[in-house]
Design a binder for this molecule. Sequence first.
Ligand code: HEC
Length: 207
Amino acid sequence: MARMDRGGRGPNLRRPKLPKAATDEELRRVISNGLAPEMPGAWQLSVREVASVAGYVREMGKIAVEIVPGNPFNGETLFAGRGCSGCHIINGKGNSAGPELSNTGARRSAAHLRESLLQPQADLPDGFLVVEAELAGGGKVRGVKLNEDLFSIQVRDGGGRVHSFQKSALKALTRKTGESSMPAFTSLPANEIDDLVAYLASLRGNQ
Ligand code: HEC
């Protein structure tokens, strides 16, 4: 679970414009009714309480952007040099084993981005559960679960190959909750982490 002070799944509210809540009325509606698919509505709040939460969100927007140490231009070079683009797409370039990051700076706080590099297992975005399938004939396939129903499961391995298994044909199927298929980059020097975070925080897509 994401810690409250950092925020994991939701968008970064510390920015001047919220695309889904441009007007105050829209913002109050988002707070009371929620936003599909992930944000539940706060239907138990009174009209006054909703207005007060909305006011708070607007205040945060005035603290325009978090101050992030590090050099985003170096970060961009490091992103390719440290193999990040082997698993992430930014503006159409790279591979898609991990989530696309083209507008990650608009959706994630800098603290969350830093944590993603140092402790990737701390907060997995939906759709990145790691599973290990033990084959009846010996051998194991480990990868990210793409799809699953009662009888079968599809897994993408580290090399990007997609496997489909009938569960009845497997010796074992283990869900590695709390594990990430992204390596932790704890061995990178602190200034490189700062540069990467500064680069990621600057990625705001077309919003
Ligand atoms: C082997 C593949 C792989 C490599 C290499 C890799 N990542 Fe990831 N990354 C993933 C996967 C899979 C996830 C989603 C699961 C998770 O959060 O741990 C992820 C998650 C992330 C997230 C969090 C996204 C979010 O919305 O929460 C960020 C930020 C990120 N990676 C940045 C990087 C950077 C920067 C590098 C290079 C230093 C890198 N990644 C290298 C696979 C990879």
